[in-house]
Write a protein that binds this ligand. Structure first.
Ligand SMILES: NC(=O)c1ccc[n+]([C@@H]2O[C@H](COP(=O)([O-])OP(=O)(O)OC[C@H]3O[C@@H](n4cnc5c(N)ncnc54)[C@H](O)[C@@H]3O)[C@@H](O)[C@H]2O)c1
Ligand SMILES: [Zn+2]
Ligand SMILES: [Zn+2]
Length: 710
């Protein structure tokens, strides 16, 4: 009952009609252009490979509507991958012609077949050639060890959709699908199991790279090999895949990253992305880098990667892996009929040979998270795009570019996206903390009309496919920034233990030019009071209520791997007031609520009176931001409110007035527990003392711990 109410009133879900913040915005015209084609066959341009070793023919084809469980989408951008060329060059024995190639793309859903529920019309997606059925009886999807879901493997390999037929044709002649994607076209049809829904503010012209090459390189390091800090690595073949491996190895803390390539032009970027050494085998004695590599590391390398597809290189990579434990990962795709070999002794003496498909990523679950990681500025994909073309008719030019030695990825921009990319945040900090990461970002705020900074603690996920963590918003008090509570409240150990993300917003707009904003500690900068100011002077920027309850939560749930539908709120002093008000004004949005020494009845306190007069024009106008006033008429769901208040708090009598709130709560039958904590004051020593119990309160409400039996 509570949870259905929660869904219905969640502001993150019901943004239509009100201002939509930091979100790709789809125009009505774009939506109706999709409606015009739904249920109909679309005739559009595609680059058809009629046979191996022939140039692609850019011609009109027919794309049938999606059948049950399928998704048709408008292709926005497509990057060329070597696997496309390898098939076009006739090297893939299972290559089927005629077909439409392409599998590194982004698109917008135009229509969906019967039963499709994970994406809807207008959603931005990355089609994934490694599907993820996510079914409970799929032992592959359920295993953390693999991403190789076999659900549609047979038909995908035969170039058809799961029902055994194709959606692509030209004048009645069927055309095969390729890798379950076929994105060298204006429209494509894929299985719902292959459609990863991504952040609507993502830049569709670059994110296509996450559909194959770059993700694969990163995943080989993070998932398949799990490279540890201080390890030694060698990467053979410094194309897009090899560079992605280098980037990820650096992010993993590898101490030595050797780049090996027969083309020395590759080394400059390799060094930039993290290679510590570069070697060209052609410049080594005998044309092999082995003796140079072994002269560097006596027993070999902890992790080696083949990104060439050459079986002789694969053998070399295995044989330079560390005696006793080295792992060698095959990423390159070898030509038809090729086999790998080594002496069994190499394995007997502890080397491990492994490989990767799409970097081990569980596509629908994890590709959206990779998009978020890139959008947060934690991994850079821009160096990979060396060539761009506009218009599908230029697809052959992109193939020529790829055959030249200086191309990593050539992106063909096929159609303009109806979604506008959001302005990206700036990553200011990202440090390890208590089994998670403490991140600090700044971003342009549409509600406050200025750059705002916030911090977020993200606990390590206990599993790759488990539920995402709920989010606790912690609002700070007067004079604070996002940094006070994250540093002094000692929340992280417990938040990491229960698996809860914690967001620390700032307490006011910053860097704006309003006369008098810095004159007092309890008004203006550092004292936004979590209201939407209405007076002329303050209303342009001081929209902290909208910022805290709408804009920031939407940003957080789009940009971080968290469950934006499961949110809680807490805060201290002015922030305690903010938390109570955010809850009481948005019944059902917050699963749980707590506060430390909140300003409970601000229309009766000097701090509140000053703020309301300044921001809203009168104390009376402040009643709509007064927890005690709101409590009197509150009718929504009533999650228990936990309040801690120190008895030695110098502000208790004049400013905080918890008794007023408890009286109003009692009158309304609202469970609100005010715990008077003897001898504690108003400081962070008080907060840190009881923080563990507040995290526990929220964790139990989210079912992260058994509910207490009270
Ligand atoms: N496993 C997967 O899921 C997966 C996904 C995508 C791509 N791939 C494969 O990964 C491989 C790399 O892809 P890419 O896009 O980076 O290719 P690329 O052609 O851009 O890069 C290959 C690099 O290897 C170098 N090279 C070639 N022979 C070499 C040798 N003998 N020694 C050292 N360097 C050599 C080339 O100079 C080039 O820089 C391809 O085989 C591709 O098909 C695999
Ligand atoms: Zn690929
Ligand atoms: Zn599956």
């Amino acid at each position: 009952m509570l949870s259905s109410l929660k869904m219905a009133t969640n502001p993150l879900k019901n943004m239509m009609g009100s201002k939509v913040y930091h979100h790709g915005k789809m125009s009505a015209a774009a939506m109706s252009s999709f409606q015009a084609t739904q249920g109909k066959t679309i005739t559009c341009k595609a680059a058809v490979a009629w046979a191996a070793k022939t140039p692609l023919d850019v011609t009109d084809i027919q794309v049938a509507p999606p059948a049950a469980g399928e998704v048709r989408f408008k292709v926005i951008a497509n990057a060329l991958c070597h696997t496309d060329i390898y098939t076009l060059d006739g090297l893939d024995p299972e290559g089927l012609f005629p077909c439409v190639l392409g599998h590194e793309a982004t698109g917008i859903v135009e229509s969906v077949g019967e039963g499709v529920s994970s994406v809807k019309v207008g959603d931005p997606i990355i089609p994934c050639y490694t599907p993820e059925c996510q079914k409970h009886d799929c032992i592959f999807c359920q295993s953390p060890k693999t991403n190789l879901c076999p659900s549609i493997r047979n038909t995908q390999g035969k170039g058809v959709m799961p029902d055994g037929t194709t959606r692509l044709s030209k004048d009645g002649k069927p055309i095969y699908h390729f890798m379950g994607c076929s994105t060298f076209a204006e429209y494509a049809v894929i299985s719902e199991m292959s459609a990863a829904k991504i952040n609507p503010g993502a830049d569709m012209n670059t994110m296509c790279l996450l559909g194959c090459g770059v993700s694969t390189g990163w995943g080989a390091v993070f998932n398949n090999c799990k490279v540890e800090p201080n390890s030694s690595t060698v990467v053979f073949g410094i194309g897009a895949l090899g560079l992605a491996v280098i980037q990820a190895a650096k992010a993993s803390g590898a101490r030595k990253i050797v780049a090996v390539d027969i083309n020395s032009d590759k080394f400059e970027l390799a060094r930039k992305l993290g290679a510590t050494d570069c070697v060209n085998p052609m410049e080594c004695e005998g044309g092999s880098a082995t003796s140079w590599l072994m002269s560097q590391e006596k027993w070999g390398y902890d992790y080696t990667f083949d990104c060439t597809g050459n079986v002789a290189v694969m053998r070399q990579a295995l044989e330079i892996a560390h005696r006793g434990w080295g792992e060698s990962c095959v990423i390159g795709v070898a030509a038809a009929g090729k086999e790998i070999s080594t002496r069994p002794f190499q394995l007997v003496t502890g080397r491990n040979w492994k490989g990767t498909a799409f970097g081990g990523w569980k596509s629908r679950t994890e590709v959206p998270q990779l998009v978020q990681t890139v959008m947060r500025g934690e991994m850079d994909i821009s160096p990979f795009i060396t060539h761009t073309f506009s218009g599908l008719e230029n697809v052959n030019k992109s193939i020529e570019a790829l055959h030249g030695g200086d191309c990593l990825r050539a992106v063909v921009h096929i159609a303009d996206s109806p979604l506008e990319p959001t302005k990206l945040p700036t990553l200011k900090g990202n440090v390890r903390c208590e089994g998670g990461y403490m991140k600090q970002l700044s971003h342009w705020s549409d509600s406050c009309n200025c750059e705002m900074t916030f911090s977020v603690f993200l606990p390590d996920p206990p599993s790759r496919t488990g539920p995402l963590p709920p989010v606790l918003y912690f609002l700070s008090g007067l004079t604070c920034t996002d940094e006070n509570a994250r540093t002094k409240a000692q929340f992280a150990q417990e938040a990491a233990r229960v698996g809860m993300a914690v967001v620390f917003p700032d307490t006011s707009p910053r860097g704006v030019d309003i006369e008098g904003q810095d004159e007092s500690y309890d008004f203006g900068s550092g004292a936004g009071f979590y209201v939407n100011a209405t007076t002329e002077k303050w209303s342009k920027n001081y929209q902290m209520y909208d910022y805290i309850t709408k804009e920031l939560p939407q940003l957080i749930s789009n940009l971080f791997p968290v469950d934006g539908d499961r949110v809680s709120i807490s805060g201290h002093s002015m922030g305690g007031h903010g938390a109570l008000v955010a809850h009481l004004k948005n019944p059902g949005t917050y699963t749980s609520v707590s506060a430390f020494s909140p300003i409970c009845n601000p229309t009766e306190s000097p701090w509140g009176q000053k703020a309301f007069t300044g921001y809203l024009g009168s104390v009376d106008a402040g009643k709509e931001y007064d927890a005690t006033e709101l409590m009197k008429s509150y009718t929504g769901p009533k999650p228990a409110i936990l309040i801690d208040q120190g008895t030695a708090d110098g502000f208790l009598e004049k400013e905080l007035l918890p008794g007023k709130l408890s009286a109003a709560a009692a009158e309304n039958g609202y469970p609100c527990e005010v715990r008077m904590q003897p001898l504690y004051d108003h400081s962070y020593y008080f907060i840190s003392t009881f923080m563990r119990e507040h995290i526990d309160h929220h964790a139990r409400a989210h079912g992260l711990r058994p509910k207490s039996n009270i």
